[in-house]
Design a protein around this ligand. Structure first.
Ligand code: ADP
Ligand code: MG
Length: 224
């Protein structure tokens, strides 16, 4: 049992590529309490995205336990993992991963409807969230009609749409110019704090990491 927002216990993950065996994560353990905002730092290629994919239930660990919502998701079947992901986790990627043929509003409405929320309720929440990220004038724009910073703000609104308890973000401002990155990062933190979310945010930027509650460093497959 775990009351933490996220608990990774002795996670290991290897990849086999071209006949060689790469141990990316070795006995990684992380506990994030409810409401705790945690940065994950480390050089490119050290395994941050791999760790976040496992924490976000997008990928299975080679071994170890992933506790989310009081359940060890590493033992759960696909349907249960999907339910846990929808109910507890909001995910923001480095590249927004918005659906290109849908408007900003629709991108925030769709995950709610998939979770069973009625369209009118989902639309009201989408408009509210897009307002919070300053995009009230952009509801009907498609991703290609938005700037990079605006696209990431839609992605943040989408991640919050189903009221997750845990926000996972993988270098969410890594593709933005420094000025825009600072604004988007500050917005992400404000919304996470207001909603009392726990967060695990990978970033290269040590200044941004310092604005969180705690920084974890990933090196040689271990969290230090
Ligand atoms: P980071 O996000 O810290 O830059 P990643 O987690 O993306 O690091 O990658 C860690 C290491 O694992 C890299 O050396 C990468 O090449 C390797 N890797 C990641 N995903 C795969 C995969 N699906 N197959 C093989 N190797 C992978
Ligand atoms: Mg990465």
């Amino acid at each position: 049992m775990s009351n933490a927002a996220l608990e990774l216990r002795q996670i290991s993950k290897s990849f086999v590529q071209g006949g060689s065996h790469l141990d990316v994560l070795r006995d990684c353990s992380i506990t994030i309490q409810p409401g705790e905002l945690t940065a994950l730092v480390g050089p490119s290629g050290c395994g941050k995205s791999t760790l976040l994919h496992i924490a976000g239930l997008l990928e299975q660990p080679g071994s170890g336990e992933v506790w989310v919502g009081g359940v060890n998701a590493a033992r759960a079947n696909d349907a249960e993992r999907t339910r846990l992901r929808r109910q507890f986790i909001g995910y923001v990627y480095q590249m927004h991963h918005l659906l290109p043929e849908f408007s900003a509003r629709e991108n925030v409405v769709l995950p709610q409807m998939i979770a069973g929320v009625a369209r009118t309720t989902a639309t009201r929440r989408a408009d509210e969230l897009l307002g919070l990220v300053g995009l009230t004038e952009r509801l009907h724009h498609r991703p290609a009609e938005l700037s990079g910073g605006e696209q990431q703000r839609v992605a943040i609104a989408r991640a919050l749409a189903n009221k997750p308890r845990l926000l996972i973000a993988d270098e969410p401002t890594g593709n933005l110019d420094p000025h825009t990155a600072d604004g988007v990062f500050a917005m992400l933190l404000t919304l996470a704090r207001e909603a009392g979310l726990a967060a695990l945010i990978a970033t290269h930027n040590l200044d941004l990491a310092q604005s969180l509650d705690r920084t974890l460093r990933l090196a040689d497959g271990h969290v230090v």
